[in-house]
Structure formats: C-alpha cells, structure tokens
Design a protein around this ligand. Structure first.
Ligand code: PA5
Length: 427
C-alpha cells in the first residue's frame, strides 16, 4: 500500500547522482523554512490539535444541511481554489454526496451574467453563505458579498445574520469589522498562513464538510504528510525530490511543467496546483510556467504538441491506483467495432494502460515524465497530496531564490483597474 506519494522520473534524462548535489542546499532550506516565522504557519498546522475546530465545523455542517439546499462560497484565489478542487475530485460526477448539500462558488470573477443566473437559481432554494477573504478587501469577493448579503437580508430579514458565515483574518480587515458589527459567525484564517497555503484551515474545511467530505480523514492525510515530509534527507523526502527534479529540468531549459491526470474529476485540482506553483514561483523573471491537461481527452487536443512540438515542457503524471466506481466493457456478438478483445476488461484498467502507453510515447518524444503515485483517490490521500505539493512548492521556490509566500505582481492589474474605474489618469 502506498500511503505516501511516490515520486519517479520515468525516463532518466539525467543521472540520479545529479540530485546528490542538492543535498546540502535542500537541508539548509529545510531548516530555514522550519525555523521561519514568516507565513510558514501551514507547515505545522496539520500537526496541531484541531478537535474543537472539527466539532464546531461538523455541528455547523449539520445545521446547514438541515436548513439549506445550497451553500454559497464567496472567495477567489487561495480562498476558494482548494475547497473547489477537493470537492470536485471527491463528489459524484452527477449530483452531490449523500452526506452533504450542493456547494456553489462565486466571487472568483466579475461576470454579471453568472451573478444574475446564480441569484435566479437561488430564488427557490434555502441558502447559507460563507464569505472567505484573508485580506477582507479583495474586489471580486467584496462585490459578490455586497450583492449576496443584501439578497440574504431581503430573503431572510433579521434571520439573515444566522445564515452568513465569515472566514477571515482573526484580527484585522474590513470583513473582520463587518462580521464583528453584524454579529456573523466567524472562522479564523491564521495570520501566518497565506491564501494558497490555506486549504487545510477553515478556508477549505467548512465548504468541504458541507459538501459531504470527511474532513477528519482529509486532515489525517495532511497530518501524516506533515510528519513524513519532515525528513531532512533528500533521499527520504519525496516532496523535496520532486522539487529538485523540477529545478534540474528548469535549469536544463524546460520552461513549462504540465500536470496530467487520467480522471476528469481532478480538473479543478489541477487549477489549485497551478495557482500554488504559479503564484509562488513566477517572479523576478523566473519560474516554470504551470499548465495542466486531463487525459485522454486532451490527447486529442494538445497531444500532438506534447509529442512533437517545441521541446519546452515536461510532464508530471498524477496516478491513483484505486478509484471508486468502474464499468466493464460488454461482450457484443456482432463485434462490428472489433472491440471484443476488450470485453470483460474494466474502463479503469484500460485507462491505466492508456496512461502507461502515453508516458512511454511522451518519453520517446523527448518529454521528461515524472510520475506521482498515490494509492487511492479519497479524502485521506488528497489531504496528503495537498500537503506534499505545498511542501514541494516552498522548497522549489526557495531553490529558485524567490519568496514562495508573496505575490507582488498580482497588484499590477488591480492598480490599473482601480484607476480606470475611478476615472483617474493611468500614469
Ligand atoms: O494565495 C494568495 O494569497 C491569493 O491567491 C489570495 O488567496 C487571493 O488573492 C484572495 O485573497 P483574499 O483571501 O485576501 O481575498
């Protein structure tokens, strides 16, 4: 059984000896991160005692599931991508988990059409809303909250206050002030944990619990990862190995990393991963460009480029050995399609074989292929994998000598947008 993530470079384009050269640097960064007080609260967060928090979230979840049909989460970036990723990965393709209710996300863009349709959709349903913002002043989130708060007050009158939940910084910010003034229920995002490292806090836990996911199992996975990935020795730490392989490939001229899965429910998980690495590493004119594909769908879209296009990318394959749910190929006596050789085999088995074939073909095409293997697509292993990626990301950014925890470049568009909205001169 593979409880941890196994990292393998399928085609050895470089000697594993190359990794040895990183040992001391990795050790130094490891202690730098462990001893830092600067936005590194996520490193030990899963190891802390959260029994009271889990009980509080589960009690609230029960209340919400009794009194509502839909839970609306308002947030953007790190304040929504993680919850949406895990929810989509673990929910049925059609419908919702029987232990939860529908969870809808808004406030992650400024589409008026989306908002108009959402309000219309909510009109005949009972709802709770959860606004999530660390800073408390992100425009997309704040605007959607303004609309939904008024909508709740119109629908529920003075009872609206019992259906509005705020997840924000425990000490400061506009949202914190509003929550205090109005008496909304609050959850804290620890001050030393930044947005894209916050899915294992109430930011992710409340929406996930309401969608029916077992948050204790999810956090158990994260906790085990936090314990195992404390290994200082590069040869015993798969997160650090993954970070080092990325760094070696980056230095060899590969500028794009493509995360690939063979299960469509992981599409949103890819998006969480892209934000984590893109926002942590893409600065000072450095960093791998993170992109993603879902196979075999995208083999018929972007597969040609991967196989024979510009040699700029390497591929990271996410593989889960067990996936709940499967279907067998039926025998057909007519066999007009010539597919009887597959009769009796399961789709998951065929999918796994297509993964093997794809990795071999891409490796032959000169694309380095890293494989990250996990035992099962479930809450426990996703908790583990999320922590694995966060640990690898912090190490990877430090190897590039950039700050993994800031995002100064995100301010540029905001400044221009505000000037335009306020009719101020652009320069
Ligand atoms: O990772 C980050 O810090 C960002 O993506 C933020 O999560 C995002 O900008 C939303 O910020 P806030 O939670 O302050 O509204």
């Amino acid at each position: 059984t593979t409880h941890s993530v196994q990292t393998t470079l399928l085609n050895c384009l470089f000697d594993y000896q190359d990794m040895e050269a990183y040992k001391d640097r990795v050790k130094q960064i490891h202690f730098e991160l462990e001893n830092s007080k600067d936005m590194t609260g996520w490193i030990n967060y899963p190891l802390m005692d959260h029994k009271a928090l889990f009980n509080e979230i589960e009690d609230l979840k029960s209340e919400i599931c009794i009194n509502a049909d839909v839970f609306v989460v308002i947030g953007i970036g790190g304040s929504f991508l993680g919850a949406r990723a895990v929810q989509e990965a673990l929910s049925p393709y059609f419908g919702v988990l029987k232990e939860g209710i529908e969870v809808i996300y808004v406030g992650h863009h400024m589409s008026g059409a989306y908002l108009e349709q959402l309000i219309h959709y909510l009109d005949d349903k009972e709802i709770y809303i959860n606004v999530i913002s660390k800073s408390g002043s992100t425009m997309e989130t704040a605007l959607a909250f303004r609309v939904l708060r008024q909508y709740m007050e119109k629908r529920y009158g003075e009872n609206a206050v019992n259906r509005i939940i705020v997840t924000t910084d425990p000490e400061r910010g506009i949202l914190k002030n509003i929550a205090e003034k109005e008496g909304y229920k609050q959850f804290a995002i620890p001050s030393n944990i930044g947005g894209r490292y916050s899915v294992l806090t109430p930011v992710g836990l409340l929406p996930l619990a309401v969608s029916g996911i077992d948050i204790r199992s999810f956090m158990d996975g994260a906790k085990n990862a936090a314990l195992e990935l404390k290994a200082v020795d590069l040869m015993r730490n798969h997160a650090y190995q993954y970070a080092v392989i990325r760094n070696i490939l980056y230095n060899e001229g590969y500028s794009v990393e493509m995360l690939a899965s063979f299960e469509p429910s992981l599409k949103k998980f890819h998006e969480w991963w892209m934000q984590l690495f893109g926002e942590s590493e893409g600065k000072e004119r450095k960093g791998l460009f993170p992109t993603c594909v879902t196979f075999s769908t995208d083999l018929h879209a972007i597969g040609q480029f991967i196989q024979e296009g510009s040699p700029i990318l390497f591929e990271t394959l996410l593989h889960f050995h067990e996936i709940d749910g499967d279907y067998d190929v039926p025998y057909d006596s007519r066999n007009e399609d010539g597919l009887n050789y597959l009769a009796g085999r399961s789709f998951n088995e065929i999918n796994a074989t297509s993964k093997q074939g794809t990795a071999l073909a891409h490796a032959e095409g000169g694309v380095p292929v890293i494989q990250l293997e996990m035992q099962k697509l479930d809450a426990y292993h996703l908790g583990y994998l999320i922590y694995f990626f966060m640990k690898a990301c912090a190490m990877s950014a430090k190897l590039l000598e950039v700050n993994p925890f800031d995002q100064p470049g995100v301010e540029a568009y905001k400044k221009k947008m505000l000037k335009l909205l306020k009719n101020e001169p652009l320069k």
